[in-house]
Design a protein around this ligand. Structure first.
Ligand code: AMP
Ligand code: MG
Length: 314
């Protein structure tokens, strides 16, 4: 999925250092990575039939199961909650690491809190370089976005974070329609069931704007003196190529996900102030992309952009 920052799950102090390195709020729980289903059973108080079916179908792979936690787990892993999020990754180096350590690893994404997830080792060096002991480089990530998170303790099961494994695949495997909260619903104030799914998240330094009418907005932003980047699904014109940083995106959602964070990292490297993003198609296969882009573009009210200067808008 993306690069992770791992600590042995039963080492309270090591897990604590994850929160420090990331600047992560203590109320945001971590995903525990296991070698196999047996490893997951040990971490849970009640391993349900649904959890078993989903694990059998999708593990190893990019699916995280929220289940009732075993009392012996250190409290900081689950942020004090009564459930634990578990998954079994299919990345070979990660699997080898878990096997060699002989214990599950608690691991969120290897970035500072709210910032872009890393999809290659270089991103980790830039984001967390001085703050972690060791970086393992396994090349670019295959998926490029974070795992799907599903709460198996609710009825029907509920997708807390959309990701590479879709709602229909999950529903089909379980034989019941699983529920999902659309990002547009999340924008309304509500109690968050999955604490890490804060609104501003996955964000580059550049201010992200989703748009259906890029040409006129590009002109406006250039007239205001901003350095503009454009994450686009269409072919830019010649004059556009001369004045802005164009980042061409694939029109397939899986390929789009694979390069999304890297393109956003690139926009930051180019010193872009505003990153315009073409709004992707409104089809179900794009739901995880919409989720990440909407969060990346979310800015809280205190950071009024209109009145801020080019350099102080963060
Ligand atoms: P990350 O920090 O990017 O690895 O994302 C991990 C995410 O998994 C968290 O931010 C939560 O959204 C989700 N998560 C972890 N544990 C739980 C849990 N017990 N219940 C619900 N969601 C969880
Ligand atoms: Mg993260």
């Amino acid at each position: 999925t993306v690069y992770g920052l791992a600590a042995v799950v039963n080492d309270f102090d090591a897990v604590e250092r994850i929160f420090v390195a990331k600047g992560r709020p203590a109320h945001n729980p971590l995903i525990v990575h296991v070698a196999d289903i047996e490893g997951a059973r040990v971490l849970s108080r009640r391993w349900s039939d649904r959890a078993e079916i989903l694990a059998t179908h999708f593990w190893p792979g990019p699916l995280t199961l929220v289940v009732d936690r075993n009392e012996t787990l250190p409290l900081n892993v689950t942020a004090g909650g009564s459930t634990v999020a578990i998954r079994c990754p299919d990345q070979s180096l990660t699997r080898l690491l878990i096997e060699m350590v002989g214990q599950p690893l608690a691991a969120p994404s290897a970035n500072r809190s709210t910032e872009l997830s890393p999809t290659c080792a270089k991103h980790v060096v830039e984001g967390l370089g001085g703050l972690v002991d060791l970086i393992l480089d396994a090349g670019p990530c295959q998926r490029g976005i974070e795992s799907t998170v599903i709460d198996t303790t609710s009825d029907p099961p509920f997708i807390l974070r959309p990701g590479p494994i879709g709602q229909s695949e999950l529903s089909q495997a379980l034989g019941v329609m699983v529920d999902i909260r659309l990002i547009t619903d999340v924008m309304q104030p509500m109690i968050q069931r999955s604490p890490g799914t804060g609104l501003r998240h996955y964000a580059p330094r550049a201010r992200v704007e989703l748009t259906v009418n890029p040409s006129s907005r590009l002109a406006e932003l250039l007239a205001m003196g901003f350095r503009v980047g454009w994450l686009t699904l269409s072919e830019p014109s010649h004059e556009q190529l001369g004045t802005i940083t164009v980042l061409r995106m694939p029109d397939d959602p899986v390929e789009f996900a694979k390069v999304l964070y890297d393109r956003m990292h690139q926009a930051d490297e180019c010193g872009v102030d505003v990153l315009l993003v073409d709004r992707p198609p409104e089809f179900i296969e794009w739901i995880a992309i919409h989720d990440r882009l909407t969060r990346a573009s979310f800015s809280d009210q205190t950071k009024g952009f209109e009145n801020s200067s080019r350099t102080s808008h963060r």
